[in-house]
Design a protein around this ligand. Structure first.
Ligand code: LFR
Length: 480
């Protein structure tokens, strides 16, 4: 095969897309076939994902994509659907921002102390890790009836193919995987009474995941057989695979609804200091570890925009750039910002509580958010290097936030390092490249990255000095 087209289904927290990647010798082109909103729905029992709407968007996208050699699916992590004995979905998958996990971690830790849990799984504490969600679900009629658990991309893949599997990079976010063996953490599951038999067998990026069912072919107008390939089905795993870095001395920040900031390592860091700093060891391509911290990300801004009735973003960012930098900052890693709703008020409240000037106008609040994100990026990049003993010379930013020049420049200034921004559609590109690699069209991870660097034209931001101001702002935040 000398060139081929691949469909990447990439589901983000606020939108889904089907992208088509054309890969040939030395070439890589990505085009958008279809983009659709992803709106969680609040029903009486809580916040739920509209997975039927997402699947309908995928089918529409595959129709628009036209002939492809294979399809791969990636999405956000940790969430899942439960299937009954007939293989039918039991209810709407619960959104990771749902309140059901409040107070659950403490119950888990009474059986399995946090230090032991970290030593066994290397996963950061986040209230929404699948392990806590499953503990929250214990005793529900739905879980009692469940015979299978499929993570979101595995559920979509199952509906497309009829075949079930658990893709490893995403499985590593459940907190039920041992990052050393890259296999299930049986001891953890046993002690917490979690039935690992609910998960179908593990599969790895590049493994075959079936072919599109005849009904899917009929509905999408595609001619079979069309293969489905397991990719780094955690969107962050796919995005990190598409960081156009040369060598190893780089940090990355995957920006979108979240900012995921950290390093690519060859082994997990399971020290107590790492746990205390809440760094996670998620699994990446080819035996790599994604050593990173979750930062609230552009969610803070998205929620404000929603509250403000979705004003035009470019104008707002221009006005925000004119607001003096670093007047007030909030801790963009704080789980207090996890839940939806009233975000401008909550940000102003955090500034007031910490004795800083209270941002009032949308431009001021936007500036506060972007400064706070850049500051959180600075902290994560620095602490990751210290904790892993892995120095870097450059910070790569990929994902939607690369379109935000103010955020990229502020991150370069805050880190005191050059920032290389792009590609924006990193997750889709990583998804496409893993499929192309399974067909022998690209080489190893380094080869994939060389191809990206040559074809995707990233933008470079040099630090403009003034790191002392960022250091002072950080001290202001951590002093409290
Ligand atoms: C980013 C992401 C993060 C994960 C969060 C919740 O889209 O996948 O990596 O921590 O969403 O699933």
């Amino acid at each position: 095969m000398s060139a081929a087209s691949y469909a990447a289904v990439d589901l983000g927290a606020s939108s889904g897309r089907v992208m088509v990647g054309r890969v040939g010798p030395g070439t890589l082109e990505l085009t958008e076939a279809h983009r659709f909103p992803n709106r969680p729905v609040r029903v009486p029992e809580g916040l739920r994902w509209d997975v039927l709407g997402l699947y309908a968007g995928i089918l529409r996208g595959l129709r628009a994509a036209g002939p492809v050699a294979s399809v791969g699916v990636d999405s956000w992590a940790v969430d899942y659907g439960l299937l009954d004995a007939d293989g039918a979905l039991l209810g709407n998958p619960v959104h990771y921002r749902d309140a059901r996990t409040e107070g659950v971690a403490e119950r888990v830790w009474a059986t399995l102390p946090p230090a032991e849990l970290y030593a066994a799984t290397g996963l950061q504490y986040a209230p929404f890790n699948t392990l806590y969600q499953l503990t929250a679900a214990r005793g529900t009629a739905q879980l009692a009836q469940a015979r299978r658990l499929l993570l979101i991309p595995d559920l979509m893949t199952y509906w497309l193919t009829g075949e079930q599997g658990t893709e490893l990079t995403n499985a590593s976010t459940t907190q039920l995987i041992d990052p050393r063996t890259r296999d299930w953490a049986h001891g953890v599951a046993e002690r917490l009474g979690i039935d690992l038999g609910l998960f179908p067998p593990l599969r790895r990026p590049g493994d075959p995941a079936g072919v599109l069912r005849p009904e899917v072919l009929a509905e999408t107008g595609l001619t079979g057989p069309v293969r489905v390939t397991a990719v780094g089905s955690h969107d962050t795993a796919s995005a990190v695979a598409a960081v156009p870095a040369g060598g190893e001395r780089f940090a990355y920040i995957c920006t979108g609804t979240w900012s995921l900031a950290g390093l690519e390592l060859t082994a997990p860091v399971l020290t107590e200091a790492s746990r205390a700093a809440n760094f996670t060891n998620e699994l990446g391509l080819d035996g790599t570890v994604r050593y990173l911290r979750n930062i609230m990300g552009l969610w803070l801004l998205q929620e404000c925009l929603r509250e403000w009735g979705d004003p035009e973003l470019a104008g707002l960012l221009r006005r925000a750039a004119e607001v003096p930098a670093l007047r007030s900052v909030v801790d963009a890693g704080d789980a207090a910002f996890l839940a939806p709703g009233r975000m401008p008020e909550r940000i102003a409240g955090a500034c007031r509580a910490s004795g800083q000037p209270v941002p009032v106008t949308p431009a001021e609040i936007t500036r506060c958010i972007l400064d706070s994100l850049a500051l959180a990026h600075r902290r994560a990049v620095r602490e990751a290097q210290e904790l892993a003993g892995h120095p870097v010379d450059v910070v790569h930013i990929v994902g939607g936030g690369t379109r935000n020049a103010l955020l990229c420049q502020s991150t370069a200034d805050a880190c005191g390092l050059p920032v290389v921004a792009g590609p924006a559609e990193a997750a889709a590109l990583g998804n496409v490249l893993v499929q192309a690699r399974a067909d022998g069209l690209v080489g190893d991870l380094a080869g994939m990255r060389r191809l990206l660097a040559r074809t995707q034209a990233p933008v470079r931001y040099e630090p403009r000095g003034g790191t002392a101001r960022w250091r002072a702002a950080e001290a202001r935040l951590t002093a409290r």
